[in-house]
Design a protein around this ligand. Sequence first.
Ligand SMILES: Cc1ncc(COP(=O)(O)O)c(C=O)c1O
Length: 384
Amino acid sequence: MKFATEAIHTSYDHNQHNRAIMPPIYQNSMFCMHEIGEDIPYRYSRVANPTRKTLEDTIAALEHGVAGFAFASGMAGIDTIWRTFLRPGDTIVAVADIYGGAYDLLTEVYAQWGIKVIFADLTLPENLDAVLAAQPVKMLWLETPSNPLLRLVDIAALTQKAKAHGVLVGLDNTFATPYLQNPLDLGCDIVFHSATKYLCGHSDVLMGVAAVKDEAVAAPLRTMLMNTGAVAGPMDCALVLRGIKTLAVRMDRHQYNAAILAQRLQAHPAIEKVFYPGLPEHEHHALAQRQMRGFGGVVSVYLRQDSRAAANSVIKNLQLVQMASSLGGVESLVNHSASQSHSGMSRALKAQLGIREGLLRFSTGIEDIEDIWADINQALNTVC
Ligand SMILES: Cc1ncc(COP(=O)(O)O)c(C=O)c1O
């Protein structure tokens, strides 16, 4: 089956659920046993729940993995994955422009528990060689395209290098979604999503999901999730299952709008630079063409006036596009990364990574592009 069909029909058999066309919401904490030791498929929802299982199987199918997982939030998912495979004394190497919340988790929690954390600019795959040569590494954590500057890394090249050193590779695929990129096919062991974003798509659920390439990785992750209990609830799973059914059409529209927005932003006098992997000028456009099946719905810009005041003027003058701390929903959003997603980073690190005060990230929704553009254009005109 092609993706759009699979997203609607995979992993659910209505014959096993009273012919219900949509997966029922098993809003249960437990399931009845008729005798001691009875072997029943579900006992307690922290361990497994039928609605969550349908979602987990769906993610596994769409990401070409053997098993899926659904967590209470994206960060709960990242934490569960890292805690499963990292022990005090181990080293994790993460892409330098990792999502701000994941950066905070590594520096504020994992480093305190004796995990060695290395952030590396891996936009050139060769940069990984020196890191791998300098010490044993347990895990490599990639994120591509990255948040908010949409930098790409070469998944196949990096994975090949990591595998030669026996390193486990995880990848945050939130921005691309399985519609545009399947990291397990490129050699990764674990693919992760903040399902809060495109997979849900309607800004009404907080969730993380993951899929893994083989059972040897799935088994310890399953045990950790069961023991620590950061599982997604049945209602949220049903909402994300519903979101996934329209993922293909939503992504097509997000990308259509984002491509037009990126082109028009390039010509606006208030803009110094536009970041969108679909633009031929983007530093990783060729890699994006090779590695992805589309360029996604997020467009970031540097304002010519690189100040919080200018960014705030644009934000305050937007009428349709709302300022909010997320992305990937049907509505267009703007984010000021320096004070929102990446506020935990030091000023020096933000400067090094290019998280300027005059950086704005637009999550292009699926409204009519002319309405989106009219709003952003008039707001930008206030800082010309
Ligand atoms: C790329 C990326 N990864 C992970 C997360 C964390 O997910 P959540 O907010 O669902 O915990 C986010 C949230 O913004 C994100 O953008």
